[in-house]
Ligand binder design. Sequence first.
Ligand SMILES: Cc1ncc(COP(=O)(O)O)c(C=O)c1O
Length: 389
Amino acid sequence: MPGPSTRSVHLLSETDPATRAVVAPLVANAAFAYDTVADWRRVALGEVPGDIYSRNSNPTVRLFEQKMAALEGADGAVAFANGMGAIASTLFALLSPGQRAVTLKDAYGGTYLTFTELLPRFQVQCAVCETDDAEAIEAAIGGGCDLLYLETPTNPTLKVVDLARLAAAAHRAGAIVIVDNTFATPINQQPLALGADLVIHSATKFIGGHGDAMGGVVCGRRDLTDRIYRWREIAGGALDAQNAFLLLRSLKTLGLRIARQNDNAMGVSRYLETHPAVARVHYPGLPSHAAHAIAARQMSGFGGMLSFELRGGLEAATRVLDHLDYAYLAANLGQVETVAGPPSLTSHVELTAEERAAAGVPEGLIRYSVGIEDLDDLIGDLRSALDAL
Ligand SMILES: Cc1ncc(COP(=O)(O)O)c(C=O)c1O
C-alpha cells in the first residue's frame, strides 16, 4: 500500500470529469435537481447513486469522508460540523438506556461532560476511570461494558493508554471500542489496526491544520458508521461543503505538517526539560513520560502537542504566556501557527474549577500546540519568557 502522504495526495482521483479541474470542485448546494420525478425517486430509493439534500449527502463532504476513511484504514466515515458533533452523535447513535459505557477521566472536556452530564440523563451508566490505571479500566470493563471510549494522547496532560490491551479487554466483554485520535492523527497512530472499531477526530485541529475550518469525523466499521449516518440524517449536524473543501485541501499537506510538528514538539520538550523554572513536561516522546514505552510501541511519531507545569504555578504560567511572541493565545490546537493557553480557557473551559480539580487537570498547566515555525525561534521565544520569571 502507498504511504500516507501519497494516499492523501493521490487517493480517489479528484479530477472533475465535467471540467477536468485537478482539484475537486466545491459543491456548495443545499439540494440537487432531477429531470423527472422517476429519476429523483431512483436516487431516493438508493437504486442509483446521487445526492438529494446536503444534510444527508454532498459530493464535497463525501470525498472528505472517503479520504479520511482511507487514511484511517476504515470501511466507512461520517463527517460532522465539528469534533463534538462527531463525538456526541456517535455516542447517542450507538448507546441506549440501560447500557454501560467506560471512559477515561482525561478525555477532552466536552467528551468528559457528555459522559458525566448528558448520557446519565438518558439512563446510560458511565464509568469514568483513572486514565493511567489499565487494571482499573479492565476491571470497569469486566463489570459490564457496551462501549469503551478512549483518547490517546489526552488533552491537555498528554497521557497515553495502551490501545491494543484495552481494545482486547473490551472485545472480550462484547463492547464497541472508540478512540479519539485528534492529537496523534492517522500519520502518527492507527487505532483501527490496534483493535479499535471507530476512530474520531476533531478535524478542526491537525486535519485542518490552518485554523480556518471546523469539522469532525468518525471512521471505522461500516455497520457502525451506517448507524451514525442514520443518526445524522435525522438529527443533523453534518459537515458543510465549504469546510469540507478546506479540509480536503489541508489533507494533502498532512504528512508534511505532522512530520515538522513532531520534530518541533520533540525539540521544544527536550529544551523545556532543561529549564530550572519548569517543574514537569508532558510529552509522550520524552523517555521521562510515564507511558513512553507504550507510546513508542503504538505511535510512529509523538505528535505536535505538549504541556508543561512551572514551579511558580498559575501565576508563573500566566506571565510566561503573556510574554510569548511566537504563540497565539487562543483556544485551538494543531494549527501551523504555535498556539498556547491554560486548560481553564482551552480544553476544559466548559468545566468549573471544582470539576477541573476532580478531573485532575492542573490549573497552572500551559498547553502548547507546536506549529511549523523554525525550532530555534520557538526555543528562543520560550527561553526569553522563562528567563524573565
Ligand atoms: C481531543 C479533542 N477531541 C475533541 C475535540 C472537540 O472538537 P471541536 O472543537 O471541533 O468540537 C477537541 C477540541 O479541542 C479535542 O482537543
